[in-house]
Design a protein around this ligand. Structure first.
Ligand code: ADP
Ligand code: MG
Length: 656
């Protein structure tokens, strides 16, 4: 048997080489998992303050937390005995018996954080409980604990962490610049500052008792009532939070402010959107309460960094929930964009396990499907029932440039506004349609060839209710149409794509597309691989109403083609379809594949940019727009419509 490598030699092992690691070593190893960087310290200490029922937490850091982190709270504090115990490993007041593990209501419970922190830094902790005249203080230097001494301090707890990892050069070396470490701290602070919304509040002033996990003594509940952070009352947190860096106050958040206000303080770049472009969705079913503040598709980002999911106040990452969010925005966002969303889930603590990850950022739901479907339904319903046309952004009238040295961006917006006004002055009012009447005649062959179905959309509700409308087509690509409170600019291709997509979707979900026989079958050559693709997807071709028959050894002929796609060249379409099926992501399920195919079909069949439309065709587009779902986005998620309000224009022209 070989011993582990020592001085580059292998020695014969003698029995009894396994040692029990000393406690400090155990703590340092645990710290490796829990305390990665200063931000982890901030997270653990803030969570402890929350569990202690604090309503005020101040975090002050120096040099990105590399030099000093101080967290002060007005929570329930610790008495001398608890303060001494709190820094030993596996000591906690938050659980007492095994069954508690299956209903964790506090943020902490592992009893590891303070011991870990104490093993990798210089720590000074001061704490005072409500019925004590004085506070107590303890100092720990990388695991060497001093004795408790009395001192004077306010009620609550202050913990100072100096020179993190100073005895561990290998880990200290991995710390990044103060700015980078600070951005991690801000992120942790942000998560806590948001998580406290809709979270239940611990009882606050209850007296804590730290029990050792090894002994599982139950001092906290020996009078039969639940005290300490374990007992939580149902109420929203009212938490004042401050973050200070190098003596500069970065955030001062009042516990009284509502969620939108808090979001705007934490994310200044969203401060306008959060009031104008965010929706609220809520659902409450089978013990699962969901509240979301969700950005309209227009406020999307390039990463999912702005997706904040909280479970009973705890920030979590969960791939099922992220997937549900993505699904909810499907077709409303371009594939590489991510929505901004704050999602708060409340559910019984017994319905999930938080003991699956050292920092508890992941949890295991016992009924993940329920959460998935409820999140998806709540968001999707909200998004589909909301008018999502993009509102044109004009510069605030007060800042309108009057001098030449105005910023170029404002100049551009002003020029656009001027150009539109000028255009309307010269060309308008253009076409006036007295009330779109019932659409009884056949739709317009140029845009809806052979499509009986499309006219049904409009015919379903003939009193389209558009009132007196004025519109014109510009650059053969966009339609400008007057609305009750302004006007809209519509991308004719994008809108028509959405209309056709919805229509194809509706047809195919209740059967298959109606096909038309081609007078002369069109044939084309195939490779061996392409023949296989056709065989493997025979069902899909049938659903689409495409009939293919062999035509010689290496060719097929298209005999029938869907009527809805009558203005698409059949051979081009079928060849592209085969290509799409051939290179498709193998993980794609049948529904998603069908959706991609319909996307492609809609794109090919839709009127193009640069195509001149007759008045009646434009009218039909406008009517259909009123009757389809998600009309404000094309199937790829790009906007179809930009709204301009008359009040904005009046402000721009200084009429108000
Ligand atoms: P955990 O939070 O998992 O219980 P910690 O090591 O973070 O473990 O803390 C150990 C114990 O110290 C906690 O259970 C709690 O009783 C006590 N404690 C820690 N921080 C505070 C605080 N700010 N106020 C009151 N008690 C605290
Ligand atoms: Mg803790």
């Amino acid at each position: 048997m070989l011993e582990f490598r020592k001085n580059n030699e292998y020695n014969e092992i003698t029995m009894g080489q396994i040692k029990i690691l000393d406690q400090n070593m155990v703590n340092m190893i645990a710290a490796g998992e829990v305390i990665e960087r200063p931000a982890s310290v901030v997270k653990e200490l803030m969570e402890n303050s929350l569990d202690a029922g604090a309503t005020r937490i101040t975090v002050a850091v120096e040099d990105g937390g590399r030099k000093l982190i101080t967290v002060t709270d007005n929570g329930c504090g610790m008495d001398a005995e608890d303060l001494a115990r709190a820094f030993e490993s596996h000591t906690t007041s938050k659980i007492t018996r095994y069954s508690d593990l299956y209903g964790i209501s506090t943020l902490g419970f592992r009893g590891e954080a303070l011991a870990s922190i104490g093993s990798v830094a210089q720590v000074r902790a001061v704490s005072r409980i409500p019925d004590s005249a004085e506070a107590n203080c303890i100092e720990i230097d990388c695991g060497n604990k001093g004795s408790i001494s009395p001192c004077s301090a306010d009620f609550g707890t202050t913990i100072e962490i100096r020179d993190i990892f100073y005895k561990l050069p290998a880990r200290r070396k991995f710390l990044k610049s103060a700015n980078t470490e600070m951005s991690h701290i801000i992120e942790q602070f942000t998560r806590i500052a948001l998580g406290c919304y809709f979270a239940k509040e611990p009882c606050g002033t209850a007296i804590l008792a730290v029990s050792s996990l090894h002994g599982l003594e139950d001092r906290a509940t020996n009078d039969g009532t639940q005290t300490g952070p374990q007992a939580r009352a149902a109420a929203n947190r009212n938490l004042d939070l401050t973050l200070i860096h190098n003596n500069r106050e970065l955030y001062r958040l009042s516990g009284k402010e509502n969620l939108r206000r808090r979001v705007s303080e934490l994310f200044p770049m969203l401060s306008r959107e959060v009031y104008e472009d965010f929706l609220e969705a809520e659902s409450d079913e089978r013990g699962l309460h969901i509240f979301t503040l969700l950005g309209k598709p227009g406020v999307s980002k390039t990463s999912n960094k702005f997706q904040y999911i909280f479970l009973n106040g705890r920030f979590i990452r969960d791939k099922f929930i992220s997937h549900a969010i993505k699904e909810a925005y499907r077709g409303l966002l371009e594939p590489d964009r991510f929505p901004v969303i704050f999602l708060f889930i409340q559910m019984p603590y017994e319905d999930y396990d938080v003991n699956v990850h050292p920092t508890k950022i992941e949890v295991r739901f016992y009924n993940a499907n329920l959460i998935y479907s409820q999140v998806l339904a709540a968001l999707r319903e909200k998004l589909l029932s909301t008018q999502l046309d993009v509102q044109a952004k004009l510069p605030a009238a007060a800042n309108l440039p009057v001098k030449d040295n105005a910023p170029p961006e404002s100049h551009r917006s002003q020029n656009i506004a001027d150009a539109i006004a000028e255009f309307l002055k010269i060309h308008g009012p253009v076409k006036t349609v007295q009330q779109y009447g019932p659409v009884t005649k056949r739709p317009f062959s140029a845009i809806y060839p052979g499509s009986k179905q499309v006219s049904e959309i409009a015919a379903a509700s003939p009193e389209a209710g558009l009132g007196e409308e004025k519109f014109l087509q510009i650059h053969d690509s966009f339609i400008v149409a007057q609305t009750d409170d302004g006007f809209v600019i519509i991308d004719q291709h994008a809108l028509h794509e959405r209309i056709i997509y919805e229509h194809l979707h509706k047809r195919i979900s209740t059967g298959k597309l109606e096909s038309q026989r081609l007078l002369i079958p069109e044939s084309f050559e195939l490779t061996e691989g392409q023949t296989n693709v056709i065989d493997e997807n025979a069902e899909l071709f049938d659903k689409l109403g495409i009939e293919l028959v062999p035509f010689g050894p290496r060719a097929v002929a298209i005999q029938a083609f869907p009527g809805l796609l009558a203005n698409v060249a059949p051979v081009d379409f079928v060849q592209d379809l085969i290509d799409l099926l051939d290179r498709r992501d193998t993980g794609l399920d049948a529904d998603r594949l069908l959706e991609e195919v319909l996307n492609m079909a809609a794109c090919k069949a839709a009127i193009k940019a640069g195509q001149k439309l007759s008045d009646s065709e434009i009218k039909q587009l406008l009517i259909d727009r009123e009757h389809i779902e998600s009309a404000s986005r094309c199937p790829h998620g790009r906007p179809t419509t930009i709204k301009f309000s008359i009040s904005d224009l009046e402000r721009q022209f200084k009429r108000t």
